[in-house]
Design a protein around this ligand. Structure first.
Ligand code: HEC
Ligand code: HEC
Length: 425
């Protein structure tokens, strides 16, 4: 609605007596709309009471570390200043609404090695509940790998990158460290056919394999069989991907001490974590990219990650997004990973080069790769020297631990429809 047009209408209404009441009504609606917009603006664009993040950072400098009441106040003020919202349910694509039958099928497929060429590897070989849906390895171990998690070390082909946890992937706008794939449906087919991962060589072969298993015929019919004419017809590549994605969309970390605090429970964070929250949003600048509620910003950037964590280590040479767009501009750019559960899913970074959160905080405190004197082509300017003291560094790590899930990971099925052995059951 635009004001000049409405003013016109008001004039017309004045000319004609019969239109006068309508005009008045319209005027009233405009007044209410403008007042409403003003109130909303006050709420969301600031202007409301409460200190800014800069003011909070200043106040923090003079607040005694043990003054819990004051840290509570500052932490709450931080959430207000940053307009932090609670988590909402993830969006589901219109053609894959996450019906229980699909989620159940996806769960079975996820743990079933039948999906891999040589029937040894399931998605869970690398994304395992014992490792919070990652593998605990520096880099993933693919073809030829045996077992799961640490057992896989040295057993097969080392992959190019670290295996991310697939908790909360439903909230990723793009998938993979370099963001090369959009949807989870699309993503699921990549490891299936990747030569160095599950190495499935034939779509027909895979479909035939699954159709030969009565339990899969049943599960697919339940999940997808609306008007199929032939038994097993619903078993196709698209539906395999949909079921896997439907299962993954249910893997969400919604309850952490941080979330409970956001929802009002003051006692959920230690005083150190309260102080850490203030650093995370303030002096540390972390929330600029690791933005709540997902603790990522849905974009890719370069922070100048090195080949190993110590000062003086050389720059990592993975081109990341640069290879996706085939431009130097994207060199070294990776997706900001969400930080829910982060304390449990090391090693860290796209190359798994960092083993602890302490090492990571040290790296950021130095100003990332560029801050450590490396020639980083496109490092984000938000990563710069931080001047944190030892307590602040420790508090930052403690705060990240408040993002750990309070709920257990999914249960490993005792058996899967193919009858093949399930890893780590
Ligand atoms: C051999 C180990 C391995 C197997 C098996 C495997 N993955 Fe992965 N997964 C990885 C690695 C490594 C990456 C990161 C690759 C990259 O970013 O380039 C990844 C990335 C992902 C991502 C993107 C997560 C993110 O935050 O960007 C999803 C989703 C995923 N895998 C799901 C699956 C599914 C579903 C299966 C089974 C069909 C599977 N994976 C099988 C190792 C594996
Ligand atoms: C400019 C955006 C940006 C800022 C600011 C930023 N990060 Fe990051 N963070 C990233 C990106 C991008 C990665 C992945 C980099 C890679 O793998 O090459 C990352 C990775 C991480 C990881 C590893 C997560 C994992 O699963 O491997 C942690 C932990 C982390 N950041 C914490 C922090 C903290 C703490 C701060 C504040 C001191 C911070 N970040 C500031 C963008 C940022």
């Amino acid at each position: 609605m635009s004001v000049p047009a409405s003013a016109n209408e008001l004039q017309n209404a004045a000319r004609s007596r019969s239109l006068q009441t309508k005009g008045l009504m319209l005027g009233l609606i405009i007044v209410i709309a403008i007042a409403g917009a003003f109130i909303l603006r006050q709420r969301f664009v600031g202007g409301s009471a409460g200190p800014t993040i800069g003011e909070i950072t200043e106040l923090a400098k003079t607040t005694p570390p043990g003054d819990r009441a004051e840290w509570l106040r500052l932490a709450r003020a931080t959430l207000t200043a940053e307009k932090v919202m609670p988590l909402t349910d993830p969006q589901e694509p219109i053609n894959n609404r996450g019906e229980a039958s699909r989620v159940e099928l996806g769960y079975q497929l996820f743990f079933d090695p039948i999906l891999s060429g040589d029937k040894t590897t399931s998605c869970a070989s690398c994304h395992h509940p014992d490792h919070w849906m990652a593998d605990g390895l520096r880099k993933g171990v693919g073809l030829g790998g045996r077992g799961y998690g640490a057992q896989r070390a040295g057993t097969g082909q080392e992959l190019k990158r670290n295996t991310p946890s697939i908790f909360n992937v439903a909230y990723n706008p793009v998938q993979f460290w370099d963001g090369r794939v959009g949807s989870l449906e699309e993503q699921a087919l990549v490891p299936l056919f990747a030569e160095d991962e599950m190495h499935q060589t034939s779509v027909d072969g895979l479909v035939r394999r699954l159709r030969a298993i009565p339990t899969y015929r049943e599960l697919f019919a339940k999940a997808f069989g609306f008007n199929s004419k032939k038994e097993g017809e619903e078993i196709n590549l698209q539906n395999i991907a949909r079921a896997l994605a439907a299962f993954e969309r249910k893997l969400n970390i919604t309850d952490t001490n941080y979330d409970l605090f956001v929802r009002g429970q003051d006692d959920k964070l230690t005083t150190g974590q309260l102080r850490g929250m203030v650093v995370f949003f303030g002096q540390g600048q972390c929330a600029v990219c690791h933005t709540p509620p997902h603790f990522h910003d849905a974009v890719l950037s370069s922070i100048g990650v090195t080949k190993s964590p110590e000062k003086g280590a050389p720059l990592d040479d993975d081109p990341g997004f640069g290879a996706v767009i085939r431009k130097r501009d994207g060199f070294g750019m990776f997706k900001t990973p969400g930080l829910r559960n982060v304390s449990r899913t090391g090693p860290y970074m796209h190359n798994g080069a960092f083993n602890t959160l302490e090492e990571i905080v040290e790296f950021y405190n130095d100003g990332g790769g560029r801050g450590r004197g490396l020639n980083v082509y496109s490092q984000d300017t938000k990563v710069a020297k931080l001047d944190l003291n030892d307590r602040q560094k420790k508090d930052l790590v403690d705060f990240m631990k408040s993002l750990d899930s309070l709920a257990p990971p999914p249960i490993v099925p005792k058996q899967v429809p193919s009858g093949l052995p399930v890893v780590g059951k």
